[in-house]
Design a protein around this ligand. Sequence first.
Ligand code: ADP
Ligand code: 5GP
Length: 198
Amino acid sequence: MMGPRPVVLSGPSGAGKSTLVKRLMQEYADVFGFSVSHTTRNPRAGEVDGKDYHFVCREEMEKGILADEFIEHAEFSGNLYGTSKKAVEVIRDHNQICILDLDIQGVRSMKRTTLNPLYLSIHPPSIEALEERLRGRKTESEESIQKRLAAARADLEISKEPGIFDAVIINDDLDEAYNKLKDVLSEEIQKVQASKKN
Ligand code: ADP
Ligand code: 5GP
């Protein structure tokens, strides 16, 4: 069984993807399931293992990749990140819309699979606003902020390529961005809600 169409959220680190996903999961707990990725980076204050990410060491992650346990994986800012087959299957088994938070390499890899997700890019209003958010989050070292800003500049260029994203949402005012996100997803949300009533 195919299950509902998954949704990929991409865009620069610090643009507000996690904030938007958390709101969506709160409002529609039954409808969405977040694909919990694996990463070799250290947990940030407040992040929960198994909920935000599966935090693993590089050796364990590389073993999993070799054992073909991942749909996609990428190196971002000196750490490995990846989506396990299991993370996505669990959500499909619950007939929920699978939300994936992926960097641009993950987007490209996902396009080679049969999952056929909707691809959304979340943008900050400007690089300056992004830097302010990354600093304001107080989770990154100066080196990590600089790496993320460099990746962000590249991301914002790539997302201009025609056909790569189905929609770009600018997260300036959070409520406006959230409403736009709900708007883009409304058809899929309604389908899942209707199927759960039957
Ligand atoms: P990402 O998941 O894309 O890395 P986060 O969701 O962690 O980004 O957001 C980065 C920081 O910016 C967080 O501290 C978050 O509270 C803040 N933030 C998110 N959206 C907005 C917004 N619209 N305006 C101001 N700050 C925001
Ligand atoms: P962060 O460390 O800020 O949580 O994430 C850094 C980057 O990794 C973000 O761009 C995020 O979208 C991306 N990312 C998170 N999980 C995955 C994943 O499973 N695969 C890929 N390719 N990228 C991911």
